[in-house]
Write a protein that binds this ligand. Structure first.
Ligand code: NAP
Length: 230
């Protein structure tokens, strides 16, 4: 979508639900080869992939991790331990964490009750070799689907992005740009708390300038998490 010369990459998506299928469609539209998997056999997602993202290739989770240059986690956080964690960790893969600790849906997850860590740091600790980048999590799937715009478009919206690995962040920012969104570098993975559920930025479909203001509101994890009643 940025119109520039695109590096050929394979994007893998773990999760073929609401978010995963929209991201698959955006990534194929951007010209990437896209592999997508659900939790089980390929034939269980064949129809939804054909309808929602016809140019994506349905495969298994193991197939996604084996072939993709960038793997996007688009499964519920409560299912994170069912992902191929060793494979994700082993190859120094670039992994995009699009998940949220959304306890009204996921219930209380003891793994994610460590108030001093961002949820993406906890995900990274489950796959310590992965080069984790947090993004795509704070915008709803419907808005991701309808708000993608080419670079420079006056109505373009922005996504916050965070990582402890500057090179991985740069590569993922390039992918996000190609898929139709600006990015705002929020800093290290620990800064992911500034766009977790409960923050001003969570749920935002906003321009770069407006999102920057929300991120600078400086919600601390305690404040942000406290806003979500249990
Ligand atoms: N919905 C949104 O607007 C939105 C926006 C941004 C971020 N997110 C985040 O994205 C994540 C997914 O949300 P969603 O709304 O897309 O959920 P969803 O519609 O329920 O889809 C979840 C998908 O994950 C798959 N899955 C579960 N375990 C898996 C595994 N081990 N390997 C591969 N796939 C697996 C499920 O497959 P099966 O059906 O086979 O179990 C299903 O296809 C959540 O963490 C959410 O917070 C959602």
């Amino acid at each position: 979508m940025s119109g520039g010369e695109r590096i050929e990459r394979t994007i893998g998506i773990l999760g073929a639900g609401k978010l995963g299928t929209v991201l698959a469609r955006l990534a194929t539209a951007a010209g990437y080869r896209v592999l997508i998997a659900g939790s089980g056999a390929v034939d269980r997602i064949a129809l939804i992939v054909e309808v929602m993202a016809p140019d994506a290739i349905a495969t298994t989770a193991e197939g996604v991790v084996a072939e993709a240059d960038v793997v996007i986690l688009a499964a519920p956080l409560g299912k994170v331990r069912s992902l191929p964690l060793d494979a994700l960790s082993g190859a120094g893969a670039i992994v995009v964490d699009a998940t949220n600790y959304w306890w009204p849906v996921d219930g209380i997850l003891p793994d994610f009750e460590q108030a001093e860590l961002s949820s993406s740091e906890i995900v990274r600790n489950l796959m310590p070799g992965a080069r984790l980048v947090k993004t795509f999590n704070h915008m709803g799937y419907h808005e991701l689907d309808t708000e993608a715009r080419p670079a420079g478009h006056p109505d373009r919206k922005a996504l916050a992005i965070a990582s402890d690995d500057p090179t991985a962040l740069m590569i993922v920012a390039e992918v996000v740009d190609a898929m139709g969104f600006d990015t705002i570098d929020a800093g290290a993975l620990a800064e992911g708390v500034r766009f977790e559920p409960g923050t001003s930025a969570f749920g935002a479909t906003a321009s770069r300038v407006a999102l920057l203001t929300m991120l600078e509101a400086g919600d601390s994890p305690a404040v942000a998490r406290g806003r979500m009643s249990r």
